[in-house]
Design a binder for this molecule. Sequence first.
Ligand SMILES: [Zn+2]
Length: 132
Amino acid sequence: MFNNAGRKIMSIVQIVFWILLILGVIMIILGIAMLAEARSSYYSTGIEGAVGWALILGGGVMILVSYVQCLFYAAFAQLTENVQRMEGSLQRLSGSSQGAQPAPFGPPVCPSCGTQLKNGAAFCPNCGTKVN
Ligand SMILES: [Zn+2]
């Protein structure tokens, strides 16, 4: 139920994104076309008309830029999530392998037979192996 609602919101966001993208493209094309028209027939359109179409062109560019930024942000967020998930599994991997090894700061043991050694012992009391 919650998943369905989330999916619905996502599709609405996607639709809004598409509308914004199309709107931005239309505004840019219209702005460029009307600016060219205003330049070719300067006296009929007037400077106010040219400024208006330039504003529309700028608005379209801004919409497209923010759209691309949103896309990049979404891709970046996805990438960050993936990296974090990878790091988490790596940490779990190294953690499990560390658990299998003897503790690095535990009491010293003989490398040959595994008997616990007294601190500073030069030889293993069980098998006589020289230890450092
Ligand atoms: Zn030993």
